[in-house]
Design a protein around this ligand. Structure first.
Ligand SMILES: C[S@@+](CC[C@H](N)C(=O)[O-])C[C@H]1O[C@@H](n2cnc3c(N)ncnc32)[C@H](O)[C@@H]1O
Length: 249
């Protein structure tokens, strides 16, 4: 999920800018609608052209998500939203007792859903404030502070999942992350990631955002993963998002 904070990057040249008041998110033709979108709670702002992302972007993104006031605003904006449709697709591609590492749990809505489905879930984020807030409402949760570019859990999972988290990594960073994810996956394990669809980058208030498409994904995963499911879906505008499930080769 991508959340629009007041004056956020989603209001720049992003396809999200023009439909912030939508309250139904449709996930492709064969997917049901998601209601209670957080996006209608966001304030639309006029923005200029997207700002080019500089190499120091990731550290700046990490600082953004370690700012408690920004994290609290994000959680408020995301109230009422969850990634239920993505989780229902994932379920069809995993055994019921699979182990899952979620990268970038944020407010933890998807982690809650995955746990509710009976999966054995380890939540992670590069943001300590997000982890601390999740811990407060789930004392028993298995949580790790992880930068998705360099994952060293010392464990292997059946699945590594994220919802609009890889969008914070540049192409080079995503390549490193995928290599790292490969090492933390069991043989025959799967990746499940949602991304903004496209071929551009944006930056707002220090946080960087990248759009990806099938070609880039295929290039980045070549020799490591094969695509088992790929859906374009609407989060804010038709086909603005992509959900990919990839199996380790
Ligand atoms: C769209 S939110 C995820 C929302 C989450 N899926 C949920 O269920 O609410 C994006 C998350 O990515 C995290 N993030 C950004 N860069 C990251 C990185 N390099 N490594 C790990 N997490 C990162 C942020 O801290 C934030 O929690």
């Amino acid at each position: 999920m991508g959340v629009k904070l007041t004056g956020s990057p989603w209001g720049c040249s992003s396809p999200l800018s023009s439909s912030l008041c939508e309250d139904v998110l449709t996930f492709g033709e064969n997917m049901s609608s998601i209601s209670n979108s957080p996006f209608d709670k966001f304030t639309h702002v006029s923005c200029n052209e997207p700002v080019s992302v500089k190499p120091e972007g990731r550290q700046s993104t990490i600082r953004f998500f370690n700012d408690l006031s920004k994290v609290e605003s994000y959680i408020k904006a995301a109230e009422g939203y969850d990634g239920a449709e993505l989780v229902s697709i994932l379920k069809k591609n995993l055994s019921p007792n699979a182990t899952i590492l979620e990268l970038g749990i944020g407010p933890g809505k998807d982690m809650d859903l995955l746990i509710k489905e009976g999966f054995s879930v380890t939540g992670s984020d590069v943001s300590q404030p997000f982890l601390d807030l999740y811990r407060k409402r789930n004392q028993k949760a298995d949580l790790l502070l992880i930068d998705a570019v360099n994952i060293n859990t010392g464990r292997k999972f059946d699945c590594i999942y994220s919802n609009k988290v890889m969008i914070h990594l540049s192409k080079e960073e995503l390549r490193e992350s995928l290599k790292s994810q490969y090492k933390n996956l069991n043989s025959n394990g799967v990746l499940a990631h949602s991304l903004w669809y496209g071929d551009k980058e944006e930056k707002w208030d220090g946080a960087q955002f990248f759009y990806y498409n099938e070609d880039t994904l295929s290039d980045l995963t070549k020799g490591m993963f094969e695509v088992v499911h790929l859906t374009r879906y609407k989060e804010m505008e038709k086909d603005d998002s992509m959900f990919a499930i990839l199996r380790k080769i």
